[in-house]
Ligand binder design. Structure first.
Ligand SMILES: NC(=O)c1ccc[n+]([C@@H]2O[C@H](COP(=O)([O-])OP(=O)(O)OC[C@H]3O[C@@H](n4cnc5c(N)ncnc54)[C@H](OP(=O)(O)O)[C@@H]3O)[C@@H](O)[C@H]2O)c1
Length: 334
């Protein structure tokens, strides 16, 4: 039986990856922290391993313990990471340094798997050209516009330079679905009857429903392909207004549209960031957030997914939002 380790298993994407691992008949190991919630990891077939990636020594100790217990991983999906941080250095420490410790530890203990999948992000490349609206291509020069994306890109650079690691890198655009907490805020805002925008320019968004992403990753494990990276999106694109229209229709809500001029949001983000700076902290509205919210083109190239994995998303936004909304309602999130 093949085995799989999923790090970040307690998170949104990780918990779906664990479910798929079990469904596919893998011996499935959930890599979590001592403090991680097991709310979505209730299946008794899940085997837990507590990882502390903060030092190479700690990773090695955990992997040595796995070896003693005859645990080997055919595949590893490294989904542990942060998309938000309180302190500027956290992105680099958690997303990049921890991944380096993990990979060095795998090498040191002779535990390198048949495939090591790293969950990066479209943010590692940054948005596309706001004038031409051309999609970001694999051949483009990466231009992350914020610390999160930069930390993912730094991690990618490290991984790609490791000749003995059979890596694959997936760079999803915004992932949404049940259990997700960022798009959830948008649902809540619409629920309150408010629809907010920054500026008047057309903003093009892309999405991937969590179940499509997870299916794609498992299909990729099943191929001979390694040492390749891919952007992941559902192949459709939506303006911010279309996204709101779909969500409103499904939620049965009418809203008041409020448009903030860019300069107001930018100034506020700048001021807040400077107030928090002496404490080494990052406010919720910060310059990185502003850059993301005010980037007009989040299209990306996905043809390689079709070519290599015959990938076709089963969920468009309408279907995905419907399922997500139903879950939020059923779980009293809305
Ligand atoms: N959601 C998206 O739209 C999106 C898009 C592109 C890429 N990604 C990437 O996909 C991955 C999963 O994202 P997600 O949306 O599922 O995020 P999430 O729900 O916040 O889950 C993050 C997971 O990482 C773990 N983690 C955080 N800090 C850690 C640390 N210092 N050591 C060990 N584990 C740690 C968390 O463990 P705890 O539960 O213990 O905190 C959790 O299991 C991330 O790498 C993210 O960058 C996400």
């Amino acid at each position: 039986m093949k085995s799989i380790l999923i790090t970040g298993a307690s998170g949104f994407i990780g918990s779906f990856l664990v479910e798929e691992g079990l469904k596919k008949g893998f011996e499935t190991y959930a890599g979590i922290r001592g403090s991680s919630s097991r709310q979505y990891l209730k299946d008794p077939a899940i085997r837990f391993i507590e990882f502390d990636f903060s030092s190479l020594e700690k990773v090695v100790a955990t992997l040595e313990d796995c070896k003693r217990r005859n645990i080997r991983f055919s595949y590893i999906i490294h989904a542990a990471g942060i998309t938000k941080a309180n302190h500027k250095g956290d992105f680099e420490r958690v997303n990049c340094q921890n991944t380096i410790h993990f990979i060095e530890g795998l090498r040191k203990t002779g535990m390198i798997p048949e495939k090591f999948v790293f969950l990066s992000s479209l943010s590692a490349f940054g948005p596309g050209d706001p004038k031409t609206y051309k999609p970001v291509m694999l051949s483009d020069l990466p231009r992350p516009i914020e610390l999160y994306g930069k930390s993912k890109l730094d991690t990618e650079h490290y991984i790609c330079s490791q000749n003995d690691i059979p890596w694959m890198i997936f760079r999803p655009t915004g992932v949404y679905g049940p259990r997700e907490k960022d798009y959830y805020v948008f649902f809540k805002t619409i629920g309150r009857g408010i629809e907010t925008y920054i500026g008047r320019e057309k903003q093009v968004l892309t999405f991937i429903y969590v179940k499509d992403l997870v299916r794609l990753i498992f299909d990729a494990l099943n191929t001979e392909i390694t040492r390749k990276s891919y952007f992941v999106a559902d192949g459709k694109e939506y303006t911010t207004e279309e996204y709101a229209e779909i969500t409103k229709r499904i939620m049965g809500k009418k809203t008041l549209r409020i448009r903030f001029p860019r300069w107001i949001v930018k100034s506020l983000a700048f001021i807040l960031e400077n107030i928090y700076a002496p404490f080494g902290k990052i406010p919720t509205l910060n310059m990185d957030k502003y850059r993301i919210m005010s980037s007009m083109n989040w299209r990306c190239e996905i043809k390689p997914l079709e070519d290599d994995f015959n990938f076709k998303a089963e969920y468009d936004l309408e279907k995905g939002v419907k399922e997500t909304y139903t879950w939020y309602k059923a779980n009293n999130w809305l």
